[in-house]
Design a binder for this molecule. Structure first.
Ligand code: G4P
Length: 286
């Protein structure tokens, strides 16, 4: 499949980031815990060099708990500060403040030596579309905080959300675009639902997903679609199409004349996967 996505906007988003990066001490980068590499844009390392860096593995509730640990380790080894969070429920957010302090300790120390006190760390939240930036800003900032408005020395119109006396967030997240470096990256993004489904061939995508699940999460797949027990000899193990056929049967996906409706079954599998109903699944490993 040829993955195409989000034409335009990219230059504008990049410019916004470039304009703002000078004002920033800390880059908080959200990645999707199910595809931590495919959901990154490598440009961020260039843009954010010389800045303190914090990577948040978001949607960790949908990803494999064991894989989350491995990814944390992976990013730590690369020199990032890293945490796993669920921006939707708020889980993991409490640890962020301490991590910010840790990530910015050089800046804090520099300020202290120059006699500057109580200058909050300024952070921007960045990530690819749909990774959960708005959700994160809303839950992290909560209702308690106030927008500080324009300040001397800050470009007019920029709003900072003051979280507490130590931390301010730029209220507009930086949108990064994933790099389609390989077909695999494109497919991973399509699988988690970061692309317009209308332009994707759902059946093909679902077949790819099922092939992956058969290889890595067979039990969860079998459990979800009642494929356990005596039916295991029916070839489900080997072909995604056999699994889809089975989903047609158990979910009653038929066209007129009792013809199996593979497209419908494919949508069901994709939706089940994306909402975590098949289980906590990670699509790439470090
Ligand atoms: P963006 O600003 O980066 O584009 O992303 P946004 O916050 O709009 O989040 C995209 C979708 O991801 C939203 O779902 C949001 O609820 C969901 N989401 C964000 N963080 C998490 C998380 O940690 N775990 C889970 N499970 N979901 C998360 P939606 O379907 O667009 O909206 P809704 O149905 O949740 O209201």
């Amino acid at each position: 499949m040829n993955y195409q996505w989000y034409p335009g906007h990219m230059t504008k988003a990049k410019r916004m980031m470039q304009e703002n990066i000078g004002l920033i001490d800390l880059v908080i980068e959200l990645v999707d815990a199910r595809i931590p590499l495919s959901s990154r844009n490598p440009d961020i390392d260039e843009l954010g060099k010389n800045k303190a860096r914090l990577i948040l593995l978001n949607k960790s509730d949908l990803a494999d708990a064991g894989a989350n640990k491995l990814w944390m380790e992976y990013f730590r080894k690369k020199g990032f500060h890293v945490l796993e969070i669920n921006a939707k429920s708020g889980q993991g957010l409490r640890a962020i403040q301490g991590m910010v302090r840790e990530a910015c300790k050089e800046k804090i120390e520099r300020d202290r030596k120059r006699g500057i006190r109580n200058r909050p760390v300024r952070a921007i939240v960045v990530g690819i579309p749909n990774v959960g930036k708005s959700t994160f800003i809303n839950s992290f900032a909560g209702k308690a905080c106030t927008k500080t408005g324009n300040k001397p020395g800050v470009t007019k119109g920029k709003q900072w959300i003051r979280l507490n006396k130590e931390l301010e967030l730029l209220d507009t997240p930086g949108i990064l675009w994933p790099k389609f470096e390989s077909e695999e990256v494109g497919r991973n993004l399509a699988l988690i639902g970061s692309m317009n489904d209308e332009i994707l061939q759902m059946t093909e995508l679902a077949a790819d997903l099922i092939a992956y699940l058969l290889a890595h999460y067979k039990e969860a797949l079998f459990e979800r679609y009642q494929m356990n027990g005596e039916e295991q000899g029916d070839g489900y193990d080997t072909t995604p199409l056999a699994v889809l056929q089975h989903v047609c049967e158990v979910r009653k996906c038929y066209k007129k004349g009792q013809e199996a409706d593979f497209e419908k079954a494919a949508s069901i599998v994709m939706e089940d996967f994306r909402s975590g109903r098949i289980g906590r699944i990670t699509l790439e490993s470090p």
